[in-house]
Design a protein around this ligand. Structure first.
Ligand code: DGJ
Length: 729
């Protein structure tokens, strides 16, 4: 059991294999203070860190300076408007219109296992795998109860946190802010790592020094978006991939978020994460509850790489549920970049025929197979098969593809509606809109108001009906615009502030229904590339399309940022044709294959049209995928060099859990005139074991390969890549 309560000192101690997290209840008022998060400790009474002995400090001894206490106490979950001037975690509007709130501890429960978070994605684990602490708090003035939930896992250095709030008063209350986690830390000079981007440029790593004041990243797009990411890491100055302390937070949520750090006047840092309080409110009638999404906290004393490996392990073992989670995914070929909207049955079958001969295992029919969808201006919502394009119907096409020994997959965008669609003509009120205001279009489309049950049911049935009609084994669930102008006929004026969150809950409900009705389905989420690549969606789909940018060089940076948190097994990555459709760059087919190998692997091109020498390489790439995918999917990820940082070359390695094999991927993006080989040091091997390195004579111990390293020969030209397989004797 990783959780202990020390009754006399009123201390909670949470242990993961290599970390400890400690809180204490202090003073007569039962404030909950945060004492410590870091490397695992055996001592538990660190109450001196809370300064409670530095009298007169606590309010019971010095009520004249209550504000001073509130404003610097390292509080576990910060209230609002009652003397702590740092940004709080929770805000409630009372019937009287006031917003003050202060939560204090009443009792707690500790148990093995973990309860589900109703309607929300969350990490999971059995009674032997994790234990949970629930700290029950209250604000007696408001009549509000709040349960702070903490789960620690036996096998991963991560803590899952959340909060559930219940109105126990006799009056209506309105939540205007409920973050999921907060961490107050003292006296560390931090740098901050966040992920930023744009369409086709997702999750680039940004690192900056933390300064006084607040720094926030957030979304109001109804999804995390291409631009910001619900993740932040505070790292001690100089932290590298291998050394230094890292405190990271990631939200298991697919909607508007806020993640923020604040360096205070007293040099304490508060880091918080949760639903974005902007445009959020939630009405709580007496006895009603609100469940906030889950936040994951990771501490690493082994640099950024240690953090990455904890997130990967947690998500692979305790978040992704799909039957595919521990399996090789079929190598797919998707027709989007091959044909865009210009395809028919014959074209798809000709691609499938050629692809099957080369060893590709699944054909995915992308956008354009329904209604009058010959471009992206129309027909979203009209989910009837376009039989002019698909002569003989969908069932015929699927059967023909199956006859070739291939699986069949299909694209949907169920959350959207085109103004030029039969659905919109019949139900214009089904799109989100603010009365009197024409909603802004994006990609010529509106967003369906899925918060209304009839709309949600309709959208779900459209998808399910198609899936019931043929042997479809994969769905790409796309979403090509962010939300705006949200207004719903389904809710009264006082509850319009609930819409963004209700939308996310509706999306989760639809995807839960889908994987329940079609339990063997391989679901891949997507949002205009990777705008909804988040931990929430991983609960429903084991893989997510990483980016619309399939250029091998851009992908190095996109995949580096994505794999900072998310396992390689989840990253949708394909080999596409050149010149690349996003950037116009020409890279060798071979390199494109190595780069896509770091993800789910597939193709996104017209295999009947690519150069013969490229086509000839496909069977080799297919064989490579089959040889290395178990290792890539399940192994430990180590970053050796970052093209994003050095602007010259990229190198990462995956080591099997038993350290018996490793795969190094190296891409020389820009060649240099010296033509010398380059030294790289491997990581994560067993220091005393002996290894053979593909392409090198002799046998070397792990410590030699990690400390002295190996030489990578210079390759003539730019964008050249290679992989190096390392095996223990
Ligand atoms: C955006 C996706 O990221 C693409 O792969 C493709 O499916 C298009 N949408 C289709 O509209």
């Amino acid at each position: 059991m990783g959780i202990k309560y020390y009754e006399q000192q009123r201390i909670y101690k949470l242990d993961t294999p290599r970390t400890s997290y400690m809180m204490a209840v202090v003073d007569e008022e039962n404030f909950l203070g945060h004492m410590y998060y870091g490397e695992r400790l055996e001592d538990y009474d660190l109450t001196y860190l809370l300064r409670t002995g530095e009298a007169p400090f606590v309010p019971s001894e010095n009520s004249r300076e209550r504000c001073s206490f509130m404003d610097c106490f390292p509080v576990e979950y910060a209230g609002h408007g009652v003397g702590d001037y740092r940004d709080g975690c929770i805000r409630v509007r009372s019937k009287g219109g006031h917003s003050g709130i202060n939560l204090t501890v009443v009792s707690h429960d500790i148990y093995d296992g973990k309860k589900k978070l109703e309607g929300l994605p969350a990490t999971f684990g059995g009674e032997k795998e994790c234990s949970t602490l629930e700290i029950h708090c209250e604000d007696a003035v408001l009549g509000l109860k709040a349960t702070l939930m903490y789960t620690v896992f036996e096998d991963v250095d991560a803590i899952a946190r959340s909060i559930k709030v219940t109105n126990v008063s006799e009056e209506e209350l309105c939540l205007t802010k409920v973050l999921s986690a907060c961490l107050d830390m003292d006296n560390k000079a931090f740098e901050r790592i966040t992920l930023h981007g744009s369409w086709a440029r997702e999750r680039r790593i940004q690192r900056q020094k933390v300064g006084y004041g607040k720094y926030a990243v957030s979304s109001l797009r109804g999804e995390p978006g291409h631009q910001e990411h619900p993740f932040m890491a505070l790292v001690t100055e100089g932290t590298t991939q291998d050394m230094g302390e890292v405190y990271a937070m990631n939200l298991v949520y697919s909607g508007n978020f806020l993640v923020q750090e604040e360096l205070s006047q007293f040099d304490s840092v508060r880091m918080e994460i949760g639903i974005n309080p902007d445009d959020f409110s939630w009405k709580l009638n007496p006895q009603e509850s609100f469940q906030a999404p889950e936040a994951v906290l990771v501490y690493s004393a082994e640099g950024i790489g240690g953090m990455t490996r904890s997130f990967h392990d947690l998500y692979r073992k305790h978040l992704i549920r799909s039957p595919y989670k521990d399996k090789k995914r079929p190598i797919l070929i998707n027709n989007w970049e091959a044909t865009y909207f210009d395809f028919d049955t014959d074209k798809l079958i000709s691609i499938a025929k050629q692809a099957s001969e080369l060893g590709i295992e699944m054909l995915v029919m992308d956008d354009g197979w329904f209604g009058r969808r010959n471009n992206d201006d129309c027909a979203l919502g009209d989910w009837q098969v376009n039989e002019e394009k698909l002569k003989g119907g969908l069932e015929y096409l699927v059967k023909e593809v199956n006859k070739l020994g291939m699986k069949f997959g299909i694209w949907f965008e169920p959350e959207m509606i085109s103004p030029d669609s039969d659905l919109y003509r019949a139900h214009p009120d089904w799109a989100f809109a603010i009365p009197g205001r024409t909603p802004a279009m994006a990609r010529q489309q509106y967003v369906l108001d899925l918060t209304r049950k009839e709309v949600r049911d309709y959208a779900y049935e459209c998808v399910a009906k198609i899936l019931r009609s043929a042997n479809i084994e994969y769905v790409k669930w796309d979403m090509n615009r962010p939300l705006c102008d949200i207004g719903s006929l389904g809710l009264p004026a006082g509850q319009q502030g609930e819409l963004y969150h209700r939308y996310v809950l509706a999306l989760y409900e639809m995807q839960e229904r889908l994987i329940t009705e079609f339990p063997t389905l391989l679901l891949e989420n997507c949002s205009g590339g990777g705008a909804r690549f988040d931990a929430g969606m991983l609960y429903y789909s084991p893989q997510i399309w990483c980016s619309d940018d399939t250029d091998a060089v851009e992908r190095l940076m996109i995949q580096e940022g994505t794999s900072l948190i998310y396992p390689l097994s989840a990253m949708g990555a394909h080999v596409s044709d050149c010149p690349n459709h996003a950037v116009g760059r020409v890279t060798p087919f071979e390199t494109r294959g190595y780069v896509a190998l770091a993800g789910t692997f597939g193709y996104e091109l017209d295999v009947t049209k690519i150069p013969e020498e490229d086509r000839a390489m496909i069977p080799k790439q297919v064989a490579m995928y089959h040889k290395y995918n178990d290792l890539v999917r399940e192994g430990d990820y180590y970053r050796i060099a970052s093209y994003g940082e050095n602007q010259s070359y990229d190198c990462y390695e995956v080591v099997s859990k038993d350290k018996r094999e490793a795969l190094v991927t190296y891409v020389q993006v820009l060649n240099r005139p010296s033509r010398h080989s380059r030294r790289i040091c491997l990581k994560g091997l067993d220091a005393a074991a002996k290894y053979r390195v593909e392409g090198m004579d002799g046998v070397y111990r792990g410590d030699t390969l990690m400390k002295a390293g190996i030489q990578i020969e210079n390759m003539w030209g730019d964008f050249k890549g290679k992989i190096i397989y390392v095996t223990a004797l």
